[in-house]
Design a protein around this ligand. Structure first.
Ligand SMILES: C[S@@+](CC[C@H](N)C(=O)[O-])C[C@H]1O[C@@H](n2cnc3c(N)ncnc32)[C@H](O)[C@@H]1O
Length: 305
């Protein structure tokens, strides 16, 4: 049996509602057929903290969704009960967001020689090395600056990583998302790659992408970084982590614990405007032989040895 999606829905926007009216407003809307409400929250992230803070405001904007127009009588009552709000109503077309998004995701040269090709597309003839990716709900189509920076640093560091490992290098990708950076490491010649993510959906998607690319040497365990056993201390020739800077700081001790002495650590997801305090905190008390920095847009990435 298939369920059909209606062609349109109705969105009511109430701007400038008084905070004290939040409950009575939503209750009134639900009593009159609303199917859902969504508040536009204001955020701030002043420090290198992972979680943005919600700014408490006296007034706020609320979206209310109805299957069809709620009627003029309802709007009259709403305006008289909540006179401070500026209320507007629009009928909007339902779209298959996923299908629309898929249409815009084209094969592209990710980092030479690697092309990223959506799993539902053919690889173009000029693609020398192909990474097939189906992102599902995970982060990592390869288009984000932080991913591209991390991939570039891995590719540029690889000859030395391979030369110094003495065997097929062992790589760790922390915050793997779709698994795209783990796949780069494997395709470059890593003998074994471990890919970790705190999000179970990302782990599922990463495993699918590993299978799509027949990259059996990439394992996606259920384990978290801090759970990696002591037998893996100093085991990885390459550790890559593309996560927001605050999370990298929290993972710092374990990232260093599992990195081989002299190994390559690629860090990405650092806002350039915060890189000074980030590096100070991340490298505090650590001997560092050299560092390479790359930037793109508002992001910085580092290769640290
Ligand atoms: C910015 S995405 C990077 C995805 C992919 N590596 C890329 O470069 O496109 C960050 C990923 O890190 C994961 N993550 C966040 N905090 C984490 C942590 N403490 N340990 C492991 N994974 C984490 C998120 O679930 C997300 O999939």
């Amino acid at each position: 049996m298939t369920t059909s999606v209606p062609d349109s829905y109705c969105r009511l926007l109430a701007r400038g509602l008084r905070r004290s009216h939040e409950e009575p407003f939503t209750e009134f809307c639900f009593d009159h057929g609303a199917q859902g409400v969504a508040e536009d929250l204001a955020f701030t992230q002043p420090e290198i903290t992972f979680d943005p803070t919600v700014v408490e405001t006296g007034r706020f904007d609320m979206n209310v969704y109805f299957a069809s127009h709620p009627g003029e009588e309802f709007l009259l009552q709403l305006r008289s009960r909540f006179p401070e709000a500026d209320v507007s109503v629009a009928v909007e077309a339902n779209q298959d967001w996923m299908e629309n998004w898929k249409k815009g995701f084209e094969p592209f040269l990710f980092v030479d020689p690697f092309w990223i090709v959506p799993s539902w597309r053919e690889a173009p003839p000029e693609a020398k090395q192909v990474l097939f990716v189906d992102p599902g709900m995970a982060f990592g189509t390869g288009t984000h600056e932080t991913t591209r920076l991390a991939a570039r640093l891995i590719v540029s560091a690889w000859p030395r990583i391979a030369a110094e490992s003495g065997a097929a290098p062992f790589a760790l990708d922390v915050g793997t998302g779709t698994g795209v950076l783990a796949l780069v490491a494997r395709k470059l010649g890593a003998g074994r790659v471990m890919a970790l993510d705190i999000d179970p959906e990302a782990r599922r998607v990463a495993r699918e992408n590993v299978a799509l690319n027949s990259a059996d040497a990439v394992e996606v365990p259920e384990t978290q970084l801090h759970e990696l056993p002591a037998s893996l201390n100093g085991a990885f020739d390459l550790v890559v982590a593309n996560i927001i800077d605050g999370a990298l700081l929290a993972l710092r001790e374990d990232l260093f614990r599992v990195l081989k002495p002299g190994g390559a650590l690629v860090l990405s997801g650092i806002l350039t405007e915060r890189e000074g305090p980030f590096l100070e905190g991340f490298l505090a008390g650590r001997p560092e032989r050299n560092r390479r920095r790359m930037t793109m847009g508002e992001w910085s990435s580092f290769l640290i040895r």
